[in-house]
Design a protein around this ligand. Structure first.
Ligand code: FAD
Length: 264
């Protein structure tokens, strides 16, 4: 397999840095080809602005989706963004690795998504009409590929459990899993999460590294999260609402968009 690991931590000697090294070594030992995009190390530009669209006349009003579409179609993306898109096309599997910061990804990684997931590539793909609302949520440019999050969190596993004060980890990660990865077509593997990361000692590290190696050995066999595909009949088009009576996975909220694995 070809794996792209996008690494978003400012310190190479961090816990995240050590886990990245474990991951890369294990995947290479398994025979996978691995490329790493180390966002802080290369000074990734984390915000979208006019500099992202060099072909746009300086006096033109910036409308980001249209500028992104024109740049994508017209080969006018900046070299850093174009290189990341080429890596995404190359990789069978994408891993996003980051510490949980304010219940989400660090800004630099969000900025990688904002800039690299261009219009025409990751969104705005396919026909949009009253009969079809694009190739998205299970279809799109990245169909057939897998993605997984590697996340460290300061909070305890219990804090992120079904009744935990922080909310369930599946819910917190839903916007990334479903809105960023499933949207352009990735099959999303369950995340690898390390809890209580700030209190890690050497033995905790050894145990997390062992667990990580085990997870990586199942990269090509693990069952993806059973998200409903937009264009498989479960949603009305163009409203994109789940049809009544399909609430089999929990009844409300994010869980609506999962189906019961045994049923299809
Ligand atoms: P580091 O600080 O690098 O290391 C953590 C510990 O691991 C250290 O004690 C280190 O000695 C030890 N360690 C053990 N073995 C090794 C090894 N081999 N290599 C390196 N270190 C090792 N947490 C939440 O749960 N929810 C949040 O919303 C949240 N928001 C945050 C927002 C901000 C802005 C910040 C700064 C932190 C937040 N946190 C939150 C905590 C954050 O998730 C953790 O600080 C982070 O996951 C720890 O990972 P790290 O790689 O930065 O760890």
């Amino acid at each position: 397999m070809k794996v792209l690991l996008v690494f978003a931590h400012p310190e190479p000697r961090s816990l995240n840095g050590a886990l990245r090294d474990v991951a890369v070594a294990e995947m290479e030992a398994l025979g996978h080809e691995v490329r790493v995009s180390d966002l802080y190390a290369r000074g990734w530009k984390s915000h979208v602005d006019g500099a992202d669209f060099p072909a746009l006349p300086p006096e033109a009003r910036l409308k980001v989706p249209g500028a992104s579409r024109d740049a994508f179609v017209g080969d006018g993306l900046t070299a850093d963004v174009a290189a990341e898109i080429e890596k995404l096309r190359w990789a069978d599997t994408l891993i996003l690795q980051f510490p949980l910061w304010w219940f989400s990804m660090p800004a630099i990684l969000k900025g990688w998504v904002d800039r690299v997931f261009a219009y025409g590539f990751a969104y705005g793909v396919g026909e949009h009409s009253n009969d079809r609302w694009g190739d998205r949520y299970g279809e799109g440019s990245l169909t057939g590929k897998k993605a997984m999050l590697m996340v460290t969190a300061g909070g305890w596993r219990e804090h992120y459990s079904a009744r935990g004060i922080n909310g369930p980890i599946e819910d917190l990660l839903f916007p990334i899993h479903h809105g960023i990865l499933f949207y352009p077509g990735y099959q999303v593997l369950p995340p690898f999460v390390v809890y209580q990361a700030d209190r890690f000692g050497e033995r905790d590290f050894e145990s997390a590294a062992r667990r990580l190696r085990e997870r990586l050995r199942t990269l090509d066999t693990a069952t993806p999260m059973p998200y409903r595909r937009q264009n498989a009949g479960d949603y009305t088009i163009p409203e994109c609402e789940l049809r009544p009576g399909l609430e089999d996975a929990g009844g409300s909220g994010f869980a609506l968009h999962l189906y019961d694995d045994g049923k299809r």
